[in-house]
Design a binder for this molecule. Structure first.
Ligand code: PLP
Length: 286
C-alpha cells in the first residue's frame, strides 16, 4: 500500500508536497503525462507508453531528464516500495519553475505509483452512456494535463447518469475525454484517423482485430456513431467498454454487442498472459 513518487533523484511518500507554486504546469497548464499499469507485476507495453510520452514531450519542446533504462529502474523501485501485486504508474512532466511565469528552463519530472483505477464491471456488462460535446482537443497527439472540459462537466454528467463526454467538432467525432472510440458497422471496425490521442489500448485492440475484422481508420461523423451497430471506447483504465447510449440515442439493441465482447475477451486474455512466457521474468507477482 505505501505508494511513493520519484522527483529529482529522491523518493517521497505520495502525499509529500514537492512542487513550488511557480511551476508552469500550475501557472499555465504547460504539462503532459502518461498513465499505465502492471499486469503480473510487469508494466504493460511500457515501450509503447514511453514512446508516446517522449513524443509528447518533444512536441512541447520539453526534454525528459531520464533515459528509458533509468525510468525502468525507478518503476521497479517504486513497485517494490508499494508492496502491491499490481500498481498504476503516472509519469508527469511540466515546464518546470519559471520565475518570469513563461520561460522553460528545467522541466519537472515526477513518477508516481498509484492504486489501480476503480473498475466498472457494471459498465462493461450493460454499457455506458456518453454525451456528445462540441470540442476537439488541441495538440491531440499530446497527452496533456488539460482536462478542463471533463472537470467542468462532472456535475452535468452525473445528473444525466452519463459516464463521459464524446468530443465532436464540425460533425466529426474524435474521442472521449480520456479514451478512444470505435464503431462497428456491418462487421467492420472503424476508428477516427485524426484529432485523437494514439491510445495504446486502441493499438492493442487493432492488433487483436487482425484476422477477425477489417479495421478502417478514417473520419467518422456523429450521425454514423448514432447509427452504428456497436460503439465502444478503449483506454488503459476502461479496457474495451461498450457504449450503449449516446445522448438520448440507443446504440443498436441498447446492449453491448458481440464484436465488443469478443475484443474485450481478446484484450483480457492478453493481460492475463502478459509477461508469463518471459524467461527469467521478475520475481513472482504473488
Ligand atoms: C489516455 C487517453 C486516451 C487513451 O489512451 P490509452 O493509452 O489507451 O490509455 C485517449 N484519449 C485521451 C484524450 C487520453 O488522455
Amino acid at each position: 500500500m505505501p505508494f511513493f513518487c520519484y522527483f529529482r533523484e529522491q523518493f517521497y511518500p505520495l502525499d509529500t508536497p514537492i512542487l513550488q507554486s511557480n511551476d508552469l504546469g500550475l501557472l499555465r497548464g504547460y504539462g503532459l503525462f502518461d498513465y499505465f499499469r502492471t499486469y503480473n507485476g510487469i508494466p504493460f507495453r511500457f515501450e509503447d507508453y514511453w514512446a508516446r510520452f517522449t513524443n509528447s514531450a518533444a512536441s512541447l519542446g520539453l526534454e525528459v531528464p531520464l533515459s528509458e533504462v533509468g525510468v525502468r529502474s525507478i518503476l521497479q523501485r517504486l513497485y517494490d516500495l508499494s508492496e502491491e501485486r499490481e500498481v498504476a504508474y503516472r509519469l508527469l512532466l511540466t515546464g518546470g519553475y519559471a520565475p518570469d511565469g513563461l520561460s522553460v528552463s528545467q522541466p519537472n519530472f515526477i513518477i508516481r505509483t498509484e492504486a489501480l483505477p476503480v473498475d466498472n464491471p457494471e459498465g462493461r456488462k450493460k454499457g455506458i452512456k456518453v454525451i456528445p460535446y462540441e470540442y476537439v482537443r488541441d495538440l491531440p497527439y499530446v497527452k496533456s494535463t488539460g482536462y478542463v472540459h471533463l472537470i467542468k462537466m462532472r456535475t452535468e454528467l452525473k445528473q444525466e447518469s452519463a459516464a463521459d463526454l464524446l468530443f465532436y467538432k464540425n460533425g466529426l467525432v474524435s474521442e472521449l475525454t480520456r479514451s478512444n472510440i470505435f464503431i462497428v458497422r456491418s462487421g467492420i471496425l472503424i476508428t477516427p484517423s485524426k484529432d485523437a490521442l494514439r491510445g495504446i489500448t486502441r493499438k492493442v485492440v487493432m492488433e487483436k482485430a487482425v484476422g477477425r475484422y477489417p479495421v478502417e481508420e478514417r473520419d467518422i461523423t456523429l450521425a454514423e456513431v448514432l447509427a452504428a451497430d456497436e460503439v465502444f471506447t478503449t483506454s488503459t483504465t476502461k479496457w474495451v467498454m461498450p457504449v450503449t447510449m449516446v445522448g438520448d440515442t440507443k446504440i443498436g439493441s441498447g446492449l453491448p454487442g458481440p464484436v465488443t465482447a469478443e475484443l474485450l475477451a481478446a484484450l483480457e486474455n492478453e493481460f492475463v498472459a502478459y509477461g508469463r512466457s518471459e524467461i527469467g521474468s521478475r520475481k513472482s507477482a504473488g
